[in-house]
Design a protein around this ligand. Structure first.
Ligand code: SAM
Length: 208
């Protein structure tokens, strides 16, 4: 017999979103996805030999746009297996991964990421795929703070990275973490919205 009732979180009694029908479990392209894709296309000179990784690829929107505009070899990774499936359907080869964990030997020419960045108090966290797509922990930088120190390891010597952040996540704090990881940074695109300002940061291994 099948239990048709959605399973609930024991403490809150709320249903897990993933258990509900007709609820999206993969982040669909939004203003942040579009700003990131456009910034990469406008500020890089990729060609068909270049290797690109889209971390947290979601639907594959950013990766597919970069590939279509530049011809570069673009792959995606995501913690959410359903996102990997959607990205593959969009023509983006994708692997399930926690950030950069499985990428050991490849020197990527470009790494892009639109991370979960919304500041979320622990008591408001929901354990479901959309929460993991949106929540950046209490200061919004939980995933960013794990990603940046590992980034130089997977970049080619002249590789670069583009990261979408928000005024809600304190871009200056993000840039300080990047500097501690040996990365130079600059702002390449910004867009204001009613409750936040979206910012695209570019990182490159520090030369000095
Ligand atoms: C804001 S969404 C961005 C999706 C897509 N890149 C876009 O711009 O439309 C963040 C994505 O990061 C993924 N994600 C969250 N934690 C992750 C982790 N530890 N490793 C890899 N991906 C992760 C989520 O599943 C989600 O697809």
């Amino acid at each position: 017999m099948t239990d048709r009732k959605p399973r609930t979180d024991d403490e809150t009694g709320r249903p897990h979103l993933a258990e509900l029908r007709d609820v999206e479990t993969v982040y669909q392209p939004a203003a942040d996805s579009r700003l990131l894709a456009e910034a990469v296309i406008d500020h890089t000179d990729l060609d068909t030999a270049d290797q690109v990784l889209d971390v947290g690829t979601g639907s594959g929107y950013v990766a597919a746009h970069i590939r279509e505009a530049t011809g570069a070899q673009v792959i995606g990774s995501d913690i959410n297996p359903e996102a990997c499936r959607q990205a593959r359907e969009a023509g983006v080869p994708s692997v399930r991964a926690d950030l950069l964990a499985p990428f050991r030997t490849v020197g990527f020419d470009l790494v892009v990421c639109n991370p979960p960045y919304l500041p979320t108090p622990p008591e408001q966290e929901w354990d479901d795929p959309m929460e993991r797509a949106l929540s950046g922990g209490p200061d919004g930088r939980a995933l960013i703070d794990r990603l940046l120190p590992d980034l130089p390891r997977v970049l080619a010597p002249d590789g670069r990275a583009f990261l979408l952040v928000s005024s809600l996540t304190d871009p200056d704090a993000v840039r300080e973490t990047a500097a501690d990881a040996g990365l130079e940074s600059r702002v390449v695109a910004e867009e204001s919205h009613p409750f936040e300002r979206l910012v695209v940061l570019e990182f490159a291994p520090a030369t000095g």
